[in-house]
Design a protein around this ligand. Structure first.
Ligand code: BJW
Ligand code: ZN
Length: 246
């Protein structure tokens, strides 16, 4: 353990209320590509900001559908990594531990966290882009080259994720703001801090008097406001914080 791990452990020991904001980096060690790394192979020539937008879906629904179904298949094959498991252990240690995630996978649920706030929806749920009707997918619809059509209005069915230019679910955003305003320490794990309003949450925490701990192998825009930064992989560092890892 190095000095900064000790500094973080000390902050956590003296905190009664702890919360965590996660991004795609926390699932990277489960084999789920990060959002900005999701452009490998077949998808390398497409701009993720375009694919993850209502405009991109309107322009080429089949392309966006195939991108999401390929990613969903990857999520379903993945299993929680030691970083997810350590965050579940933290919920057992700190009652009320709020896990705010930008991730659209369900790896935090599968690791055992129960108090989870999903800011950007779920890649495994679906609704009609035109009328909003929820839609359960048949296996064959997932592998089809085009999205299913809504039985109610004929519109295109899409994954229930939040795209650029769309508003986050108000209840999730309110719960996240409340959680970061009420905590003594906020862990910020595996996010580039580029996407708003999620990227504002560490600042809200800091202004409310919380200490902010960043865990990320790379520096980013949130590094400057962190009280302590741990440079490395969440799958290695989070278990170390609990004293249960290597
Ligand atoms: C590791 C690791 C390891 C690697 N261990 N770490 C204010 C200012 C400027 C712009 C805006 C603003 N407010 C709103 C906007 C517009 C826009 C926005 O933020 N644009 C920016 C690009 C500038 N925001 C929106 O449109 C949001 N809506 C909104 O605000 O509505 C009101 C409004 C609308 C219009 C105008 C103004 C207001 C909606 C944002 C929705 C984001 N949706 C996505 C797609 C979800 C579905 C999908 O997955 O396809 O969510 S985008 C994508 O980014 C995804 C992620 O959840 C999100 C964050 O990415 P994340 O998690 O940080 O991943 P990466 O890949 O970026 O980073 C990975 C990190 O992991 C890196 O740092 C690595 O180093 C690290 N890492 N391995 C630990 N082992
Ligand atoms: Zn419809």
């Amino acid at each position: 353990m190095d000095t900064s791990i000790h500094a973080v452990a000390e902050i956590l020991r003296s905190s009664a209320v702890v919360a965590c904001l996660t991004g795609a980096g926390v699932s990277a060690e489960s084999g789920v590509p990060t959002f900005r790394d999701a452009q490998t192979g077949l998808w390398a020539r497409y701009d993720p900001q375009r694919l993850a937008s209502p405009q991109g879906f309107a322009a080429d629904p089949g392309l966006v559908w195939r991108w999401y179904m390929a990613r969903l298949a990857g999520v379903e094959k993945a299993t929680p990594n030691p970083g997810h498991l350590a965050l579940a252990e933290m919920e057992r240690h700190w009652p009320g531990f709020a896990l705010i995630t930008q991730n659209v996978d369900d790896l935090h649920e599968r690791a055992g966290n129960t108090n989870i706030i999903h800011l950007h929806g779920s890649i495994a749920r679906f609704h009609c882009q035109r009328c909003g009707t929820l839609h359960n997918l048949q296996a064959a619809e997932r592998t089809a080259p085009q999205p299913p059509r809504c039985a109610t209005c004929g519109g295109n069915v899409r994954p229930s994720v939040v795209w650029f230019g769309e508003t986050l679910p108000q209840s999730s955003l309110t719960a996240a703001v409340n959680a970061v305003s009420a905590c003594d320490a906020l862990l910020v794990v595996g996010t580039s801090g580029l996407v708003y309003p999620a990227a504002e949450l560490p600042l809200i925490a800091k202004r409310a008097g919380s200490r902010v701990i960043e865990i990320n192998p790379e520096p980013g825009p949130l590094s400057a406001l962190a009280d302590v930064t741990l440079r490395g992989r969440s799958g290695a560092l989070l278990p170390q914080l609990l004293g249960i890892g290597d």
